[in-house]
Design a protein around this ligand. Structure first.
Ligand code: HEC
Length: 187
C-alpha cells in the first residue's frame, strides 16, 4: 500500500501527521517508530482527514474555527464572536445547545450583538464534517479558557439529532439567536 518514510525526509503532511501521532512531541522518530509511522500514515490516508481530526478536538478547532474565532477563542471585537466562556454559558440549556449545533452545522448570517458590540458577519457552517468531529469541536469550544460553570459535553448523537431536523439558513440561525437573547439563554 502506501509506504511513506519519515526518516528519509518525506515532508508530505508530515508535520501535521507527526503532531497527530506524537501529540505534539518534537522528538525524531527512531527506526521502529518510523515503521509504526508508515503504518499509521497508511491508515490515516485510508481513514481520511475527517477521522484523524476527530481524534483531536483541538486540532479540529484550529483547522476549522480558529482563523476567525482565534486560537484562544477570544474572537475579535466587532468581527468574530468570543466563544471562550460564552459558549459554555450558552450550552447550559437545551435550546442553547441546539443553537450551538445549528450554528456549527449551518453557519450564521445577520447582525448580532456580542459583549455589547455589534457584529454583522457571515459564518459558513461545517455540515460536511462528521457528527463526531462537530461534537468534538463544540466540546473544545465549551471547555476552552476553563469556564467557571462547565457545560455537559456534546455527543455525536446530539449533532445527529439537530442535523436530522434539516438544513436551515444562516439567517434562520440569526433569527433563532434573537429569540434566545430575548429569553436570556444568550447573554
Ligand atoms: C470565516 C470565519 C469563521 C469561521 C471559520 C467560523 N466562524 Fe463562527 N462565527 C463567525 C462570525 C462572523 C460569526 C457571527 C456571525 C454574525 O454576525 O451573524 C460567528 C458566530 C459563531 C457562533 C455564535 C456565537 C454567538 O454569540 O451566538 C458560534 C457558536 C460559532 N461561530 C462557532 C464556530 C465554530 C465551532 C467554528 C468552527 C467549526 C466556527 N464558528 C468557524 C465566523 C467564523
Amino acid at each position: 500500500m502506501f509506504n511513506i518514510d519519515f526518516a528519509s525526509g518525506n515532508k508530505f503532511r508530515s508535520g501535521l501527521v507527526a503532531r497527530i501521532i506524537y501529540g505534539g512531541s518534537n522528538s525524531a522518530p527512531n527506526r521502529s517508530a518510523s515503521q509504526a509511522l508508515s503504518l499509521s500514515v497508511a491508515l490515516w490516508f485510508v481513514a481520511g482527514w475527517h477521522n484523524a481530526a476527530a481524534a483531536d478536538p483541538k486540532s479540529s478547532y484550529l483547522t476549522r474555527c480558529s482563523m476567525c474565532h482565534q486560537s484562544n477563542a477570544q474572537g475579535l471585537p466587532g468581527q468574530f464572536p468570543q466563544l471562550a466562556g460564552r459558549s459554555a454559558q450558552i450550552a447550559q440549556t437545551a435550546e442553547g445547545r441546539r443553537y450551538l449545533v445549528r450554528v456549527a452545522l449551518w453557519g450564521i448570517y445577520g447582525p448580532i450583538d456580542v459583549n455589547g458590540t455589534p457584529i454583522n458577519g457571515l459564518m459558513p457552517g461545517v455540515a460536511g464534517a462528521s457528527d463526531a468531529e462537530i461534537s468534538d469541536v463544540l466540546n473544545h469550544v465549551i471547555s476552552i479558557g476553563k469556564p467557571a460553570k462547565p457545560a455537559k459535553p456534546f455527543k455525536p448523537a446530539d449533532v445527529a439529532a439537530v442535523r436530522a431536523e434539516g438544513k436551515v439558513s444562516g439567517t434562520d440561525n440569526a433569527a433563532l439567536r434573537k429569540t434566545l437573547v430575548a429569553s436570556g439563554v444568550i447573554k
